[in-house]
Design a protein around this ligand. Structure first.
Ligand code: ATP
Length: 350
């Protein structure tokens, strides 16, 4: 046991199905009590990575330590983890209380009942203790599944799209309740989702995966403001790219004018690059800036997301207050309103 080390430490982890790579060279660490999330498009390897951590999938390479100890030789039940998968698998012939007590076989019988009830109460389920799963709503069943996995008080909970069958409102509430509960109990978690909003609302640290690789493992703020690759930049928060040319160690020239760059540029002066622009980086203006044509408008409540096309064909997006909403075909002037831009090579498929 490493009292000061990470709870979960993975290095160079790879997984495959019949020789086909599904997870490639993944490294990450999760601290005790930290809430992490694996985010990425369908098929990028999130579930496979989670199953490898749980012990349901044997990696082809890499190290996996839990509490400072090599976990790869351990079967799932010896890893001391809680799981909640998409498929809830509540026992239909058992009451809610018995479902929750099911995972407590290691506790003596006198402790099981009180622990089960205490956990039901934490999830607001006390009044449903004697019901059977078919007598519950979908959201209540999810809460029972969470209670069952939390009852043994694991130090790490693995969650694979646990809210995906619920409607948006219930999903948001359950996610927020679970986050607060895990923080209160000091339990770490790793959540798999393809929903950005869910990832950022739930997790302290978010990992963006693409085609088996973990591209970045960082707090949401950093993913948004300092994305490590163009894929992270465009996957998180609707980033668009504008062609640019390096004109000094910390400055680039673009169709929108000269822009400052966050860090020292590794490219020679004159190199072609591209800069990341977020929808909130462009504001409407009467003078200066650049003219563009509105090609699409998506209403988002207080603001509307405008897709703009510059005369050279570059597409950008911009958030304008709803009362300043334009219509497709209209010409607008925009100017950049940002302190620094993030720069990527001109051509990089990742
Ligand atoms: P989703 O968000 O759709 O659940 P995911 O990111 O969780 O996707 P995985 O389920 O880990 O992705 O799948 C990663 C890759 O491995 C995909 O190409 C998938 O087709 C493949 N794969 C997953 N399970 C199996 C399996 N049992 N046999 C063969 N290939 C599999």
């Amino acid at each position: 046991m490493h009292p000061n080390g990470p709870l979960l430490a993975i290095q160079g982890l790879s997984c495959a199905y019949a020789g086909q790579a599904a997870v490639i060279d993944v490294g990450l660490a999760l601290q005790p009590g930290e809430l992490g999330c694996l985010l990425g498009p369908s098929g990028c390897g999130k579930t496979t990575l989670l199953r490898a951590i749980a012990g349901f999938h044997e990696p082809t390479a890499g190290t996996l330590q839990l509490r400072g100890v090599d976990a790869r030789p351990l079967p799932p039940e010896k890893r001391g983890l809680g799981f909640v998968f998409q498929d809830l698998a509540l026992f239909p012939h058992m009451t809610v209380a018995d479902n929750v007590a099911f995972g407590l076989h290691r506790l003596d019988t006198a402790t099981r009942g009180p622990r089960s009830l205490e956990t039901l109460a934490l999830l607001g389920l006390e009044s449903l203790a004697s019901r059977y799963p078919h007598e519950l709503s979908g959201g209540q069943q999810q809460r029972v599944a969470l209670a069952r996995s939390l009852a043994p008080r694991p130090d790490l909970l693995l969650l694979d799209e646990p809210f995906s069958s619920l409607d948006a409102d219930l999903r948001g509430r359950l996610r927020d309740d679970l986050r607060a509960l895990l923080k209160r109990l000091g339990i770490a978690a790793l959540l798999v989702t393809h929903d950005q909003e869910e990832a950022f609302a739930f997790a302290d640290t978010v990992g963006v995966m693409q085609a088996g690789r973990l591209l970045q493992w960082a707090p949401g703020f950093e993913l948004y403001h300092r994305p490590a690759t163009p894929f992270v930049a465009s996957f998180v928060g609707d980033g668009r790219f504008l062609p640019a040319r390096v004109i000094a160690g910390n400055r680039v020239a673009t169709a929108l004018g000269e822009l400052d760059v966050i860090a020292g540029l590794p490219w020679a002066i004159g190199s072609d690059v591209r800069v990341l622009l977020r929808p909130d980086d462009l504001v409407p203006t009467d003078t200066g800036g650049i003219e563009a044509e509105v090609s699409a408008v998506a209403f988002r409540g207080a603001e509307s997301l405008h897709t703009l096309r510059l005369d050279d064909g570059t597409a950008l997006s911009a958030l304008f207050p709803s009362h300043q909403q334009r219509t497709p075909g209209q010409r607008v002037r925009v100017r950049p309103d940002l302190a620094h831009v993030v720069v990527f090579p001109a051509a990089d498929p990742a």
